[in-house]
Write a protein that binds this ligand. Structure first.
Ligand code: NOJ
Ligand code: MG
Length: 584
């Protein structure tokens, strides 16, 4: 399709060169990769116990191949009491029996590779489960013993040590310290847990901890795993003496006004990752890392991806940006510039298992100044939600994200346009946030509801017919199953497939850079070399498209009528254009 001969030419200015997506087999595949986040518990259930598993993943690799992603990142699959969805790891070298066996894992890695997908696992170095053998040993050992020195045990303050060692709060609410009872029944030391009570923090000043994690990396690399997502990568190192924080803070995000935070984003973490990089680089086939680091700025983030550290990091500043052209342009520019300075590829992400699904964020009134909220407790109330609007914007946002230089992350269900399930019954809630916040924050379960694959009623093909999924699926999932969307060219799934197929073959997409084009207020327009332009209309009015451009892909119907050749881009719509054919 060719846009009409109408009005303004928005094309001008030089285009800078991109390296394109090229051959997916090449060593720097990760610089352009689209990584699919696979939340194993909710992806597909092979054995009918209501919980997703490795057999389920193996049965659906075809979905990932057809979608056109380059890699999967699988959330923790290790043995775990599941106090925090598997982020409480009891044994880093094994597979949780509910998810499968070591043999299943090996088959999955092989089959994924045969399908052309790389496999990233999730490593959780900040804390273990309280059932990890190290912690069990620590509890049985004396204060001051080597077993306790793997964790952060301290005597309490005040009379009889009855008060916590400092004022730090858990990310999930409540104090970050819990007092243990000694084997003789008397109250003992306190241990630090930045997250749940069942997630004791490790002491990264202890060389045994450093050596153990390098050995865990090798364990999985030796089994063909291509890389790791690093959980809470900015939290491992704590300030000497564990000083009080002095203020009440919430969440994972390192605050901007503080460059010496006692537990977030401390300089010491970088030595750890330099060691990890050496481990990865000791393998002939590329092994990669992506950091989960909620740090205050792109500059701070760039420190994690310096040439001798990690390969990439999630761009949460992008995730936190409201649906606003100026704000998005600022974050894109800042990201590209700061990461280029350390020769790391930008990455883009809209959703994950910790934040409200972006369909439900974009369908609400947008923050005017500053970052957009991403947790249910901080968002405007559900009464303000317009799902249709959120879905339309999500389509435009997907085309924007996949056109930007670098890599991108898709959270399972994004490709189906899933929304946050905000009305889960209280009794179903499993996120520790719900209990630890005294039932004031419903937590993250609403974005973790099992995927709908087919059929018209729960379990929607998530598991065998009688399966009761671990979180209830809403009836509305019937309209958005993979099967329902597959044959529909106007579905979210079709849009994702088309966009990712184009991204694989178009030489302008993936790693590289972009050039902004002049555009009306509220409109983002950029060119990528060779011959590619993306235009996103975030304004309230239709805007004219450049005359004579070939439409490669449109996020929604174009306006302007047949006479004008569909030359207008409606609000909240994006389009990809082939501009090497442009007139003039
Ligand atoms: C970040 C993970 O994404 C989240 O799900 C988890 O609760 C915390 N880290 C603690 O491991
Ligand atoms: Mg199962």
């Amino acid at each position: 399709m060719r846009t009409g001969e109408s009005t303004s030419t928005t094309m001008s200015g030089p285009v800078s060169s991109g390296t394109g997506n090229g051959d997916p087999q090449r060593a720097d595949w990760w610089r352009s990769a689209v990584v699919y986040q696979l939340y194993i518990r909710s992806f597909a259930d092979g054995d009918g116990d209501g919980i997703g598993d490795i057999t389920g993943i193996r049965a659906h690799l075809g979905h990932l191949r057809d979608l056109g992603v380059d890699a999967v990142w699988i959330n923790p699959w290790y043995p775990s009491p599941m106090a925090d969805g598997g982020y409480d790891v009891a044994d880093y070298r094994a597979v949780e029996p509910v998810f499968g066996t070591a043999a299943d894992a090996a088959l999955l890695v092989d089959e994924a590779h045969a399908t052309g997908l790389r496999v990233l696992l999730d490593i959780v170095p900040n804390h273990t489960s309280d059932r990890h053998s190290w912690f069990v040993e620590a509890l049985a050992a004396e204060p001051g013993s080597p077993a306790r020195a793997r964790y952060v045990f301290r005597p309490g303050r005040g009379a009889g040590g009855a008060q916590a060692p400092n004022d730090w709060r858990s990310v999930f609410g409540g104090p970050a310290w819990t007092r243990v009872t000694d084997p003789d029944g008397t109250p003992g030391e306190w241990y630090l847990h930045l997250f749940d009570v069942a997630q004791p923090d490790l002491d990264w000043t202890n060389p045994e901890v450093v050596a153990e994690f390098e050995s865990i990396l090798r364990f999985w690399f030796d089994r063909g795993v291509d890389g790791f997502r690093i959980d809470v990568a900015h939290g491992l190192v704590k300030a000497d003496g564990l000083p009080d924080l002095g203020v009440e803070e919430k969440g994972l995000l390192s605050p901007a006004d503080r460059d010496d935070h006692p537990f977030w984003d401390r300089d010491g973490v970088h030595d750890i990752y330099r060691g990890w990089r050496k481990v990865a680089d000791s393998y002939p086939e590329r092994r990669v890392f992506v950091a989960e680091a909620w740090v205050s700025s792109s500059h701070r983030l760039a420190r994690y991806v310096r040439p001798d550290e990690l390969h990439s990091a999630f761009n949460f500043h992008y995730l936190n940006t409201p649906w606003d052209a100026a704000a998005l342009r600022r974050v894109v520019d800042r990201t590209i510039a700061t990461l280029a300075a350390v020769d790391a590829p930008p990455t883009w992400v809209m959703s994950n298992h910790d934040v409200v699904r972006h369909v439900s964020r974009l369908g609400r009134p947008q923050a005017v100044d500053g970052p957009a909220p991403y947790s249910l407790a901080d968002l405007p109330p559900v009464e303000t939600l317009d799902l249709e609007l959120g879905t339309r914007r999500a389509r435009a946002a997907a085309l924007l994200m996949f056109a930007l230089p670098g890599g991108a992350y898709v959270y399972q269900g994004d490709e189906l346009g899933l929304w946050e399930v905000e009305d889960l019954p209280d009794r179903s809630l499993q996120d520790p946030t719900w209990e630890r916040s005294g039932h004031t924050d419903r937590g993250r379960d609403g974005c973790r509801v099992p995927l709908p694959w087919s059929g018209t009623a729960s379990p929607f093909g998530f598991g065998p017919a009688a399966t009761e999924p671990w979180l209830p699926q809403p009836a509305g999932f019937a309209d958005v199953t993979v099967a329902a969307q597959e044959g529909d060219p106007s579905s979210m799934l079709s849009l994702y497939r088309s966009a990712l197929a184009l991204r694989r073959t178009h030489p302008a997409l993936g790693d590289g850079t972009l050039t902004w084009l002049p555009s009306a207020p509220g409109v983002l327009a950029f060119a990528r070399d060779p011959g590619f332009t993306c235009v996103v209309n975030l304004s309230a009015y239709p805007v004219a498209l450049p005359a004579g451009a070939d439409v490669l892909l449109a996020g929604g119907p174009l306006a302007g009528g047949p006479l004008a050749g569909g030359s207008e881009l409606p609000p909240d719509t994006a389009v990809w254009l082939a501009t090497d054919t442009l007139d003039g």
